[in-house]
Design a binder for this molecule. Structure first.
Ligand code: BG6
Ligand code: MG
Length: 212
């Protein structure tokens, strides 16, 4: 296998923003009087903001909400989330992540981001990671969220590589499904290891150096 490009998910792979998503959604859910816990939060992994809201609203017992009302709720969550993201610093990215990205590039791999988040560039800026990427595909350049492969297909296009020459690194089952649907190689880390769908499983990001 000759991997020419590596497409990284962001949340849960390179940075750990799940806790911020949880705190922001929890505040919104409490205000709506909807039950929300860490288990439900796990279902939001890799899922777009509006699809995440729909999952949370599965337990909402009030009258159906209009698209406009949902947009206001999602905007409120995002405001809270961005306040938490603004506190992030380069120290929120481990040396292991930085060294692995650098080493992969040194071996001639092209590096892309493939994240459902519309806040991806903000997170990369806060953590001083932007320059580690040759291309960025995120929630702003897609119309279909994972498990649709669009975000990864775009990332491969931005790298000017064929899908079969790319390896996707993901912590969400939806992301592994998206990689497979896009015809790419896949490596699971964290939560996604348990779905058993990925071609490779990683205990830690540095193990990528044994694959590539
Ligand atoms: C993904 C997260 O990276 O981004 C999801 O795993 C989140 O939980 C999605 O819903 C969208 O994020 P944002 O920042 O656009 O609201
Ligand atoms: Mg993720």
């Amino acid at each position: 296998m000759n991997i020419k490009g590596i497409i990284f998910d962001l949340d849960g792979v390179l940075v750990f923003t799940d806790k911020y998503h949880y705190r922001a959604w929890k505040a919104v859910a409490d205000e709506l009087g909807v039950y929300f816990d860490e288990t439900i939060n796990n279902r939001l992994r890799g899922v777009s903001r509006m699809a995440s809201l729909d999952i949370i609203l599965e337990r909402y017992e009030g009258r159906p909400l209009s698209a406009g009302e949902k947009a206001v709720i999602a905007e409120k969550k995002n405001g809270l989330y961005r306040q938490l993201l603004a506190e992030m610093t380069p120290a929120d990215v481990s040396e292991e992540v930085r060294d692995t990205l650098k080493e992969l590039r040194g071996r001639g791999c092209r590096i892309a981001l493939g994240s459902s988040s519309k806040n991806a560039r903000f997170i990369l800026e806060r953590t001083d990671l932007t320059d580690a990427f040759d291309a960025i595909s995120d929630g702003n350049n897609i119309t279909h969220s994972k498990p649709d492969p669009e975000v990864f297909v775009k990332a491969a296009e931005f790298l000017q590589l064929a899908p079969e020459d790319c390896l996707v690194v993901e912590d969400a089952q939806a992301g592994i499904e998206a990689a497979i649907a896009g015809g790419m190689h896949s490596a699971a880390i964290g939560d996604a290891v348990h779905c058993g769908l990925a071609e490779y499983t990683l205990g830690s990001i540095v193990e990528l150096l044994q694959i590539v």
